[in-house]
Design a protein around this ligand. Structure first.
Ligand code: SF4
Length: 158
């Protein structure tokens, strides 16, 4: 069965920087849970960062800093590398990751000034996964992801 990597916060785990979650409720997600199709992962926690933690944003120079000014690039890179290793272990080609995150964002991220302003871009983990051919979808594209999965995995329609 084709597995899907999912951001732990979308799955409902309280791993966000502020100690909250972004639990996604969608019919198809319940189906994937029941099929044991989801591999749940948080790159930032896996990279060694605590929860809660200061929010972090990707800077114009590509470094990642948190709101205290600390450089957390290494932790983000470690989390991204572990995400890729997990995908390779499970032969994952599809990921459902949280939009706007400096790790998981796939279409938008914050602009690095901690002013709540988004711009087109992708997070560290998304960039690494995409560089290895893994398709990354946001929670706003779950129907699109379901369509891609249905075309490639007959179990999806059961
Ligand atoms: Fe969610 Fe990804 Fe942030 Fe972890 S790193 S809290 S999975 S958006």
């Amino acid at each position: 069965m084709e597995k899907i990597l999912i951001s732990a916060c979308l799955y409902g785990e309280a791993v966000r920087y502020d100690g909250q979650h972004n639990r996604l409720t969608h019919r198809v997600l319940q189906q994937w849970k029941a099929q044991d199709r989801l591999i749940v992962f948080c790159p930032e926690v896996s990279g060694g960062l605590p929860t809660p933690r200061p929010p972090a944003e990707i800077q114009p120079d590509g470094q990642i800093k948190d709101s205290t000014g600390a450089n957390v690039t290494a932790a983000f890179q470690a989390g991204a590398a572990r995400a890729l290793a997990l995908c390779q272990q499970h032969q994952i080609q599809l990921a459902l990751l949280k939009e706007n995150s400096p790790s998981c964002g796939s279409q938008f991220i914050y602009n690095g000034r901690f002013a709540g302003i988004k711009m087109p871009g992708q997070g560290q983990t998304t960039a690494v996964l995409r560089a290895h051919g893994i398709r990354v979808f946001s929670e706003n594209q779950i129907d699109e992801l379901a369509a891609v999965l249905a075309a490639s995995d007959p179990l999806q329609s059961r």
